[in-house]
Design a protein around this ligand. Structure first.
Ligand code: XIL
Length: 320
């Protein structure tokens, strides 16, 4: 049942000019996606600004194409994402809706989007990045938490479950791989929601790592405590960035360290019973969001150039 996944490039603010399409049609790209991966996550195409670009207007085209491609290739799909502080359309962020209207908009969105893909999404990242690194709910930058209060979290899981009873419903965040204030905050929240009977099924660790920081060796222990709550866990968006030169590459030594970190993350997941999914945040370095988001850093994925395999690729393959 173990799945190795990739994000499907397209639609991002940072997408390479070579891949301007919402789902790259390049046959080589598609054949590598189909051959190397058993799970796909739309990198942007299911986010609010893409799938709900105008009030009451849904655009399912690119996401439909990705889901159909996955099905044709025997792959599962992770839905990403329904509730986030980022990549929301202007009409939502800068509208003047009342809290009652916002609640109705959110409910309609979840029933419409989750319902549209009913039975075709393995795991939905229902709530994305709702805590900051200090473990405080994002009650300022997340419009829903700000306007509707934290009680909305239980509602969105209930609505999503109602719209697709077979999808596994996840929380998802970065900087939660180790034991820290943020992962503790999720642990406490999820325990509380489960005690209330809220349908929460999983916890996703994005795993956007930087070689300039440390790797918390307690990732397995952390995954295990969520597993012990009866949850699925997953590595949902892994990339490992490092400082790069003018050619966009790190030194060979850093690439080796990167390979070790990919291996450690995969080992942690494989060691935990219901960690069944490990997704890299893109196929090729040229698709990656990293260089544009973290200037001076890059080389974060497992393949480069003409789909050449980097040490990180070999490390993952040896570990499987
Ligand atoms: C990133 C995409 O990779 C970019 O293309 C886009 O411009 C911005 O978002 N956490 C998440 C992902 O949950 O959705 C983000 O993806 C990376 C951080």
């Amino acid at each position: 049942d173990f799945r190795i996944g990739s994000a499907v490039a397209g639609g991002g603010h940072h997408t390479s000019a070579d891949y301007p399409e919402p789902f790259p049609s390049d046959p080589e790209y598609r054949s590598v996606l189909a051959r190397e991966f058993s799970s796909l996550t739309p990198e942007n195409q299911m986010k609010w600004e893409f799938i709900h670009p105008e009030e009451g207007v849904y655009d399912f085209g690119p996401a439909d194409d990705i889901v159909a491609f996955a099905e044709a290739n025997g792959q599962v799909v992770r839905g990403h994402t329904l509730f986030w502080h980022s990549q929301n359309p202007d009409w939502l962020e800068n509208g003047d809706h009342t809290p009652e209207e916002l609640r109705a908009i959110l409910k309609d969105h979840i029933y419409t989007v989750v319902g549209h893909y009913e039975g075709r999404i393995q795991q939905w990242e229902v709530a994305n990045e709702i805590f900051d690194d200090s473990g405080k709910l994002r009650t300022e930058d997340n419009i829903w938490l700000r306007e509707l209060g934290p009680g909305i979290i239980a509602d969105i899981f209930r609505w999503a479950h109602d719209a697709d009873p077979n999808a596994q419903l996840f929380f998802n965040d970065y900087n939660v791989e180790g034991l820290n204030a943020k992962s503790d905050a999720y642990y406490a929240l999820i325990q509380d929601l489960l005690a209330q009977g809220v349908p929460v099924h999983g916890f996703g660790m994005q795993t956007h790592l930087g070689l300039q920081y440390g790797f918390d060796g307690r990732m397995q222990q952390n995954l295990q405590r969520f597993d012990d709550l009866g949850l699925e866990t997953a590595v949902t968006e892994i990339d490992v960035r490092g400082p790069v030169g003018a050619d966009g590459q790190m030194s060979p030594e850093l690439r080796q360290k990167q390979a070790d970190w990919y291996r450690m993350a995969l080992e942690a997941c494989l060691a935990v019973e219901d960690c069944n999914s490990f997704t890299v945040w893109g196929v090729l370095d040229e698709h990656s969001w990293v260089p544009n988001t973290f200037p001076g850093y890059g080389d974060a994925l497992t393949m480069e150039g003409d789909y050449e395999r980097k040490p990180a690729y070999d490390a993952l393959q040896e570990t499987l």
